[in-house]
Design a protein around this ligand. Structure first.
Ligand SMILES: NC(=O)c1ccc[n+]([C@@H]2O[C@H](COP(=O)([O-])OP(=O)(O)OC[C@H]3O[C@@H](n4cnc5c(N)ncnc54)[C@H](O)[C@@H]3O)[C@@H](O)[C@H]2O)c1
Length: 266
């Protein structure tokens, strides 16, 4: 799924988690739509470099910045480095994130994943926005955070992850209020279950697992399948574009019909 429109012509975007999954799909979606420069930020240098090369081969302008969004010093350095690559940023997409493993129960050892999950998914989102704000606030722009359908549902075993994503939903609203004076819109996408490295990277045969996920029927949403990363990127591309010029502080659900719907077969 791609687009030939030119909503992003002349614009610059920074995408955390740009080496894989939704972040990678967004890098290429925005380049498809004419993005002038993309800053690919990830802790995975190798993966980010692969995407950098692809953008360059297509004649695009790209940079890689290695950063661990859970580390405040690393994120501050990322902001400084971004300022050496561009003097303006139109778009920030906060797609770096991790799952909660199997430790998300109150009576389990939820404490073992708390710091990692919270520091990456929630604090990392805020730190990245703070670090690049000087590049955006003089002329305005758009920030898109990534929450999850899990932020809106109670799920057994997902206590820490879902709390981090509920935090992202709430933080999106606060950020929207704080940054409106700079002409910056802040929204979040709440994806449902999607076939990305998030769910197949650690499988013994990751390619086979990816194929399985893309082809499987799922009872988790009324469309009975998983999302492709490009479908999430399409929503991100909308929210970060001028097409969403009157949209801020809100959540776009891209979940095949899950949150708020009865997903049972009738
Ligand atoms: N895939 C899904 O089903 C799904 C559903 C709902 C929400 N989400 C959320 O969407 C976001 C993106 O997920 P995805 O499926 O693209 O994941 P992914 O694992 O495919 O990609 C995540 C990227 O983030 C990077 N990353 C992870 N921790 C980092 C850190 N500390 N610093 C810098 N980079 C880091 C990884 O290296 C990777 O490139 C996450 O926040 C995830 O929680 C995913």
């Amino acid at each position: 799924m791609s687009s030939n429109c030119s909503r992003y012509q002349g614009k610059t975007a920074l995408i955390t988690g740009g080496a894989a999954g939704f972040g990678r799909a967004t890098v290429h979606r925005l380049v498809d739509e004419g993005l002038e420069t993309v800053l690919i930020v990830d802790r995975d240098l190798e993966g980010a470099t692969v995407e950098y090369e692809k953008v360059k081969q297509r004649g695009g302008n790209a940079h890689v910045i290695v950063c661990d969004v859970s580390d405040p010093a690393s994120v501050a350095k990322m902001g400084d480095e971004a300022a050496t690559k561009t003097d303006r940023l139109d778009v920030l997409v906060n797609s770096a994130g991790i799952g909660g493993g199997g430790a998300g129960r109150l009576e389990g050892d939820f404490e073992s994943t708390w710091d990692d999950v919270m520091n990456i998914n929630l604090r990392g989102t805020l730190l990245a926005a703070k670090a690049v704000l000087p590049l955006m606030k003089e002329h305005g722009g758009a920030i898109v955070n990534i929450s999850s359908d899990g932020a809106f549902r109670g799920r057994p075993g997902a206590l820490v992850y879902d709390a981090s994503k509920a935090g992202v939903v709430q933080a999106t609203k606060s950020m929207a209020c704080d940054l409106v004076k700079y002409g910056i819109r802040v929204n979040n996408v709440a994806p449902g279950w999607a076939a990305t490295e998030f769910h197949f990277a650690k499988a013994p045969d990751s390619e086979a697992r990816k194929k399985e996920l893309l082809e499987m029927e799922s009872d988790t949403c009324i469309m009975r399948r998983l999302a492709r990363p490009e479908e999430i990127a399409a929503g991100i591309a909308y929210l970060a574009s001028d097409d969403a010029s009157f949209v801020t502080g809100t959540t776009l659900f891209i979940d095949g019909g899950r949150v708020g719907l009865d997903t049972r077969r009738t």
